[in-house]
Design a binder for this molecule. Structure first.
Ligand SMILES: NC(=O)c1ccc[n+]([C@@H]2O[C@H](COP(=O)([O-])OP(=O)(O)OC[C@H]3O[C@@H](n4cnc5c(N)ncnc54)[C@H](O)[C@@H]3O)[C@@H](O)[C@H]2O)c1
Length: 372
């Protein structure tokens, strides 16, 4: 296995029997290393067509540098599409720090990482992701001006799940408008899988709008918190019970991959709309959903409220402005369902097309010379 960080310049040409590295479409991929602090990071900028690339920093004990590289390349591309659809003037990027955050996260490592971000001159803005928290971003920000997702004490946006759940709710309203002709969830039965930071807040929105809510979570504590706030909420044992339940909307808000060859045939809901990233276990699942007449609201569109919230820090955080921007997820979701119908493609493909169109049409304007 090639150790990317271990390569000297002399070693860097691929061995004859090595698998050829596929050319990437990314604008820039940067390997950052600081031996003393133990920093091994990769920053991938997929596109700056709409502005500086924004995407979080994942701190994770990858099995190999190849696994980390594959992850950061995929995640940075996904951020370009998410930011484009969210209407942000931001491109797509992401970073990974290789290692177990519990064992090797330190002030020196985070600050070394911050200096590498700073060295990119604003082409990359970072934020929190798996394994990194707002407090970590405060430390990274001591070395770099290009950090969002900081704590409110440092001008940050705070917990991004506030607008993530709000955005998912907007996407769900658009889906019910498309299917039932009304954007109200009043009287609909909604199944929420996962009652963490996003899921429990989504339940608040749903109950407030008059929906009947059915939930499940592997954590008894998470279930209890929701039951305390909303005694009317029905609890089922697990995901299998939830997908088989008599519900109108299924909202996956736990881990990715909850829609697969086993769950889709069971599903009674007419709509899937939730916060979890990568809900479809494989690309064919969207076709299976369409064949069963189930409307799928693309995950990266409806869960973009969080990135909208943290991106607002670049202008100086204002919750009212960020919330107004996240409310537009309703219109974008409706537009994508309409495009999907007209073009005869699944909503996921329509969402990709709309994102690509914006990157191309707005990105092209940089070619207009502004004079000196
Ligand atoms: N937090 C955000 O702002 C944000 C933004 C975009 C996307 N997302 C995505 O939304 C999802 C939820 O995020 P979160 O921040 O609420 O995470 P979280 O860790 O706070 O909550 C996840 C919850 O899911 C539960 N869970 C795990 N496995 C489960 C299972 N098999 N069945 C039922 N429940 C299960 C956990 O016990 C936990 O309560 C994740 O996929 C995340 O990537 C979150």
């Amino acid at each position: 296995m090639t150790d990317v960080f271990g390569l000297s310049h002399k070693d860097a040409s691929p061995a004859k029997d090595a698998t050829p590295i596929q050319p990437v479409k990314h604008e820039q991929v940067v390997f950052c290393s600081d031996e003393r602090s133990g920093l091994n990071a990769i920053i991938a900028i997929y596109s700056t067509a709409l502005g500086p690339g924004l995407g979080g920093t994942r701190f994770y004990p990858y099995e190999s540098e190849q696994a980390a590289l594959a992850d950061v390349l995929n995640l940075s591309r996904a951020m370009a599409y998410k930011n484009a659809l969210a209407g942000l003037d931001l491109g797509g990027a992401k970073a990974v720090i290789i290692g177990d955050p519990a064992a090797c996260k330190s002030e020196a490592l985070l600050r070394a990482y911050g200096r590498f971000i700073q060295s990119l001159g604003g082409r990359y803005y970072t934020a929190c992701d798996v394994g990194t928290y707002a407090e970590d971003m405060d430390i990274v920000a001591r070395e770099s001006s290009y950090v969002v997702g900081r704590t409110p004490e440092h001008g940050g946006a705070g917990d991004s799940s506030i607008l993530t759940s709000f955005g998912v709710f907007q996407g769900m309203r658009a889906a019910t408008e498309h299917v039932y002709g009304t954007s109200s969830l009043n009287g609909r039965r909604v199944g929420v899988e996962g009652l963490g930071k996003v899921g429990h807040r989504l339940v608040d929105h749903l109950v407030e709008d008059g929906a009947e809510v059915v939930v499940c979570d592997v954590s008894e504590q998470a279930v209890e918190r929701v039951r305390q706030r909303h005694p009317s909420v029905e609890v089922v044992a697990d995901t299998a019970a939830l997908t088989a339940a008599d519900i109108d909307v299924y909202a996956p808000c736990a881990l990715g991959g909850s829609l697969d060859d086993a769950t889709v045939p069971q599903l009674k809901a007419k709509i899937v709309c939730g916060a979890a990233n990568n809900q479809l276990a494989h690309p064919d699942v969207e076709k299976q959903l369409a064949e069963r007449g189930i409307l799928y609201a693309p995950d990266y569109l409806v869960n973009s409220g969080g990135v909208i919230q943290v991106a607002d820090e670049i202008e100086g955080f204002d919750m009212a402005r960020a919330r107004a921007r996240a409310a537009r997820i309703f219109d974008t979701t409706l537009k994508i369902f309409e495009m999907a119908d007209v073009e005869g493609v699944p909503p996921g493909a329509a969402a990709d097309r709309l994102a690509e169109r914006r990157m191309s049409e707005v990105g092209r304007l940089r070619g207009i010379w502004l004079g000196r």
